[in-house]
Write a protein that binds this ligand. Structure first.
Ligand code: 2BA
Ligand code: 2BA
Length: 109
């Protein structure tokens, strides 16, 4: 069995979970925050049989869209009297950051 952990844009998470459910997978959704943008995203955990991994990855790939977002970088250390004009930088956000892990055992009690 594998545990597939995917960090996705919050806007994509509902439709993605719907797609996973439609295909008979089980999932758990956790509300998370990205360390860089400090914006809410969603972490979706799917426990699935090894041979189903490719299909789960394909559903995630199909359900997540890459976006361009502009962020203001953290300001540098300033001397008194210095002026800092923030210049937004472009970052690519999403589709999904996915980790696949081996599961030693799975129990339901
Ligand atoms: P954030 O940390 O908020 O990052 C949002 C996007 O900002 C990233 O998109 C990436 O394009 C950019 N970014 C992040 N850290 C950066 C840095 N140090 N320098 C320059 N640009 C940076 P994604 O790579 O698609 O990641 C989306 C979210 O997935 C991330 O949100 C984070 O919550 C998670 N994530 C991505 N890679 C991860 C990893 N290796 N470990 C844990 N979480 C990860
Ligand atoms: P839920 O997804 O809200 O599922 C609640 C209960 O509904 C499940 O209880 C199960 O009896 C049923 N169920 C869920 N998905 C189903 C499906 N695709 N087909 C038929 N029945 C389904 P539990 O199996 O005891 O799961 C309780 C909670 O544990 C789940 O809440 C989910 O958050 C998590 N979970 C269970 N198995 C998981 C897995 N393989 N991967 C990720 N999360 C899992």
């Amino acid at each position: 069995m594998k545990l597939i952990i995917s960090i996705v844009n919050r806007d994509d998470s509902n439709a993605l979970v719907d797609s996973l459910m439609r295909e008979g997978y089980r999932a758990t959704v956790i509300s998370t925050t990205g360390g860089f943008l400090r914006e809410g995203n969603a972490t979706i955990m799917v426990g699935a049989e090894d041979e189903k991994t490719a299909e789960v990855l394909q559903i995630i790939k199909d359900g997540c869209h890459t976006r361009t977002q502009y962020v203001n970088p953290l300001p540098p250390v300033m001397e008194p009297g210095e002026l800092y004009m923030p210049t937004p930088v472009e970052v690519q956000v999403g589709g999904a950051a996915v980790f696949v892990m081996d599961v030693d055992s799975f129990h339901r009690f």
